[in-house]
Design a protein around this ligand. Structure first.
Ligand SMILES: [Zn+2]
Length: 114
């Protein structure tokens, strides 16, 4: 259940950034392809982790990034939905780079009060 520990880490990060007393409506994260995350599984974990907190019922927006590929022969870089593809220059083994991002990019809150 690696989604669960990710949801827990995210919740801690959101709590640290959200203004005190504010109700969190939604968060948005960017996730690299290397993470192999299941957005639906992550949302289920998010609901469980945030239950009973100021983040309960908030939406989790997951922006899955494609692979970044870099060719060692010609230096070309591009993004791809799959990690292993041939380059236009004929090199059949360009390497995926990065892909391990997991960034909290936005938090939407309702300020406290009526
Ligand atoms: Zn190339």
């Amino acid at each position: 259940m690696h989604e669960f520990s990710i949801a827990e880490a995210l919740a801690a990060q959101v709590l640290a950034h959200a203004p005190a007393g504010a109700r969190v409506r939604g968060i948005e994260i960017v996730v690299g392809a290397l993470r192999g995350l299941e957005p639906d599984a992550l949302r289920t974990c998010w609901d469980a982790v945030t239950f009973g907190t100021p983040m309960a019922g908030s939406t989790l927006e997951v922006d899955l990034r494609p692979w970044s590929i870099r060719c060692s022969s010609c230096g070309r870089e591009w993004s791809s939905p799959v990690p292993f593809v041939a380059c236009l220059c004929g090199n059949s083994t360009p390497a995926p780079v990065g892909g391990d991002e997991l960034d909290l990019v936005a938090i939407t809150v309702d300020e406290g009060g009526t």
